[in-house]
Design a protein around this ligand. Structure first.
Ligand code: FBP
Length: 262
C-alpha cells in the first residue's frame, strides 16, 4: 500500500495520539487528579511508550520540550486552541503557521473546526490555509471535528458526529478526530461517512479502565483507526499501565478482557 500523510503519525494504519493541550483548553483543573502531569516533561516521557504514535501539543510546549524527544515521538502540532475562560460562541484562534510548525519538526498539524458555530465560516477558511500549508511541508492533517455552537442541538448525536467526520473528509483532513458516537453501529457509520479519511476516537473525560477499554475496543471493531487520548491516560495513577493495555487493544486486536488480564 502507498504511504499516506496519516502514516507520519500512525503505525500499520493505527494511531494512538497522546493529546496534551489541556492546560490551554481546560486549565490547571485537568492536572488535579495527577498533579505531576502539570509538568509537561512527565507527559512527553509517556509519549516515548511504544504504544504512542504521536504527541499532540501546542506551539509553546513543542518549542520548550520537543527538542529533547524528537527521536522518540512524532509531533502533531495543534495549530489552534483557546482557553476555557472564553465565553463566546465557539471559536479558536490560529496560534501557529504551517511554516513554523514544520520548523519545529512537526510530522502533522491539528486543527479544531467547530461546525455549527457562528464562527464556522472563518474557521473553515483558516483550515484551508493550514491544510494547504501542511501539504507544502509534507505534514499530515488531523481535524478535531467538533460540532458545537448555535447550529448544533446535541454535539454527541450520532448523525452529528457522522456529519463531522464527513466535513473532515470533504475539507481534506487525513484523520478526523471525533467523539465516540455511542454505539458500534454509529461508529461504523461515522467511519463510512469519512471515506478515505481515517477516524480516531477522542478519549473524553476519565472513566474506569474496563469501561474505557470497552469503548476503545468497540470503536476499533467498528473500523476506527485508533484514538487521541489525554485525560484517560495522564489523569490515571498509572498511565503506563493503561498505555500497555491500549497497545494490545489498538495494535494487536486484543479484547478488553485480554488486555486487563496482562
Ligand atoms: P481527552 O482525551 O482528554 O478528551 O483529550 C482530547 C481532546 O480533544 C484534547 O485535545 C482537548 O484538549 C480536549 O479533548 C477538548 O475537549 P472538550 O472540548 O470536549 O472539552
Amino acid at each position: 500500500m502507498l504511504p499516506t500523510a496519516a502514516d507520519a503519525i500512525s503505525r500499520d494504519g493505527k494511531a494512538l495520539i497522546l493529546a496534551y493541550d489541556h492546560g490551554l483548553e481546560h486549565g490547571p483543573v485537568d492536572f488535579d487528579p495527577n498533579p505531576d502531569t502539570a509538568d509537561p516533561e512527565r507527559v512527553f516521557e509517556l509519549a516515548t511508550h511504544d504504544a504512542v504514535t504521536a504527541i499532540a501539543v501546542q506551539k509553546g510546549l513543542a518549542e520548550a520540550y520537543y527538542p529533547d524527544y524528537e527521536d522518540a515521538a512524532s509531533l502533531l502540532l495543534k495549530m489552534n486552541g483557546t482557553s476555557n475562560l472564553w465565553m463566546g460562541e465557539p471559536n479558536t484562534p490560529v496560534n501557529c503557521s504551517p511554516e513554523y510548525a514544520a520548523s519545529l519538526g512537526a510530522d502533522a498539524v491539528g486543527f479544531t473546526l467547530y461546525g455549527g458555530s457562528n464562527n464556522e465560516i472563518g474557521m473553515a477558511e483558516e483550515f484551508r490555509d493550514i491544510h494547504e500549508g501542511a501539504r507544502d511541508h509534507d505534514m499530515g492533517v488531523v481535524m478535531w471535528a467538533y460540532p458545537r455552537g448555535q447550529g448544533v442541538r446535541n454535539e454527541t448525536d450520532d448523525r452529528t458526529i457522522a456529519y463531522a467526520a464527513r466535513i473532515a473528509h470533504e475539507l481534506g483532513a487525513d484523520i478526523a478526530k471525533v467523539k465516540y458516537p455511542g454505539s458500534p453501529d454509529a461508529m461504523s457509520e461515522t467511519v463510512r461517512m469519512a471515506g478515505r479519511t481515517d477516524v480516531v476516537m477522542s478519549g473524553g473525560s476519565k472513566t474506569n479502565d474496563e469501561s474505557f477499554l470497552r469503548t476503545v475496543e468497540s470503536a476499533m471493531n467498528a473500523g476506527a483507526s485508533g484514538l487521541a487520548v489525554g485525560r484517560n491516560v495522564f489523569q490515571r495513577d498509572d498511565p503506563v499501565a493503561i498505555l500497555d493495555a491500549l497497545e494490545l487493544v489498538v495494535f494487536e486486536g486484543a479484547s478488553t478482557e485480554e488486555a486487563l488480564a496482562e
